[in-house]
Ligand binder design. Structure first.
Ligand SMILES: NC(=O)c1ccc[n+]([C@@H]2O[C@H](COP(=O)([O-])OP(=O)(O)OC[C@H]3O[C@@H](n4cnc5c(N)ncnc54)[C@H](O)[C@@H]3O)[C@@H](O)[C@H]2O)c1
Length: 261
């Protein structure tokens, strides 16, 4: 089961898992995008319009999944996510709540709804998408970083609770992936003060994002199959991870110098 499957990493994961012979259950708030994903899959698919913020509906969805699937549920990818970008000084409280409800509570809702089935089976994996911004704090990304740190804390706690069982919990930390994350973001003015439109910011992001969604899906799929607890996605993710360890209070200074060069 994959949330956020109408675009980006979620869509690529659905296609990859389907190609590998797995029935896939795809969910997203974007009905048209979801239909496109479903149409591109050859194998069995259950497609469901879902807002991950709606805990009651996520619970209903989990029951539908149980009724539809005649196999054990192997993996739950709580992947749906959105972005904002602004300084704390200029932040818009409604946008921060919107982001937190999707990026953090959406992950919690998906975990709570599907975990009982996995525990009953004593088999399966919860895969929660954090970010490299769940490893380091970045300027103009306070809400995003806070939510992604929260996903990491929540998933790490769950992992310890599941020790010794057949169920596991995995945290995914993607670096820059060429998806629609900026096009779908709430950004009211260029945070870098260059007056760029959202489309221009998205085009600039595409230039610096090092990894395609298909490659990200491959790394995530392989990581889950190898039983990794934490999956870093893309070469930049390894740089962020190393900097957070080597220079826990000065990583941004080091990054700024690297960018300048
Ligand atoms: N693209 C990157 O560089 C990057 C880096 C680190 C982490 N991530 C994370 O990866 C995940 C996937 O993002 P992506 O890059 O593929 O972006 P994307 O915008 O291409 O896809 C995100 C999907 O989530 C869906 N979504 C948004 N709100 C939803 C809701 N309330 N309920 C259900 N679905 C909803 C969107 O409709 C979209 O289809 C997100 O959690 C994102 O934060 C992305």
């Amino acid at each position: 089961m994959i949330t956020g499957a109408a675009s980006g990493i979620g869509r690529s994961l659905a296609r990859r898992l389907s190609r590998h012979g797995s029935p896939v259950i795809i969910a997203d708030v974007d009905e048209n995008g979801l239909e496109e994903t479903a149409a591109s899959l050859k194998g069995p698919v259950l497609s469901r319009v879902l807002d991950v913020r709606d805990a009651d509906d996520v619970q209903r969805f989990a029951k539908e999944v149980q009724a539809w699937l005649d196999l054990p549920l192997a993996a739950v990818f709580n992947n749906a996510g959105v972005a904002t970008s602004t300084t704390v000084l200029n932040s818009v409280p409604e946008d921060d709540s919107w982001l937190f409800d999707i990026n953090y509570w959406g992950v919690v809702n998906g975990t709570r709804a599907f975990l009982p089935q996995l525990v009953k089976q004593n088999y399966g994996v919860i895969v929660n998408t954090s970010s490299v911004y769940g490893l380091v704090g970045m300027p103009k990304n306070s809400a995003y970083c806070a939510a992604k740190f929260a996903v990491r804390g929540f998933t790490d706690s769950l992992r310890q609770e599941l020790r010794g069982t057949g169920v596991s919990a995995v945290t995914v930390h993607p670096g820059g992936i060429k998806t629609n994350i900026i096009r779908n973001a709430r950004i009211h003015s260029d945070p870098d003060g260059q007056g760029r439109t959202l489309a221009q910011m998205a085009a600039d992001f595409d230039k610096i994002a090092l990894t395609t969604p298909d490659k990200a899906a491959e790394i995530i799929h392989r990581g889950v199959e190898r039983g990794k607890a934490r999956i870093l996605v893309g070469p930049d993710a390894y740089v962020f991870d190393a900097l957070a360890r080597i220079a826990p209070t000065h990583y941004f200074t080091v990054m700024a110098r690297l960018f300048d060069r």
